[in-house]
Ligand binder design. Sequence first.
Ligand SMILES: NC(=O)CC[C@H](N)C(=O)O
Length: 223
Amino acid sequence: MRVGVITFPGTLDDVDAARAVTTAGAEAVPLWHGDADLRGVDAVIVPGGFSYGDYLRCGAIARFAPVMGEVVTAARGGMPVLGICNGFQILCEAGLLPGALVRNSGLHFVCRDQWLRVENTTSAWTTRYDRGAEILVPLKSGEGRYVADEATLDRLEGEGRVAFRYVGENRNGALRDIAGITDERGRVLGLMPHPEHAIDALTGPSDDGLGMFLSLLDTVVTA
Ligand SMILES: NC(=O)CC[C@H](N)C(=O)O
């Protein structure tokens, strides 16, 4: 399986995302923000960082990058897409996921290892987890507070689209402790913490994040 990893100006975590893909046993394919070309990949990762310097609002400029037009079209056709942190912000800005990520409620950048509870084990990125399992991955963001209107939150919960929730202290104030959500079909996942930094115990707090990249290998690619 070939998994595209996008680099925007200001992206930080593309190298770790590519390493997570290869550690899981797939091929990582570099994609460039300025190219309207997905190079025939089967899935895409929109990594974390500070795309275009986070000017205007996190992800607000990146959503207009030529590569994102291709990602939106492919995702609407069923291609699996994983947006991590800044990538989650970009997917919300691009309209692939509902709601928005806003300034942390404490107004400080939060950088810590964070426990998450797995709530969804049927999406393209979560089949390798047990429902209710708790995983430890790094969280590092200034605008990580997930918000949406009440009707949207109720719909996400009702449709089983809340994929991960913060366990214990919710340091960014995300509504209903939401750390990650999926699209209607469970092919697109956006999450604020960083599974690509937790793929082996030598360099991360755990290898709990690897399950997301392994889950993709079980996913039937139709796009
Ligand atoms: N780690 C990240 O991707 C950070 C995302 C974004 N720049 C923020 O601070 O919220």
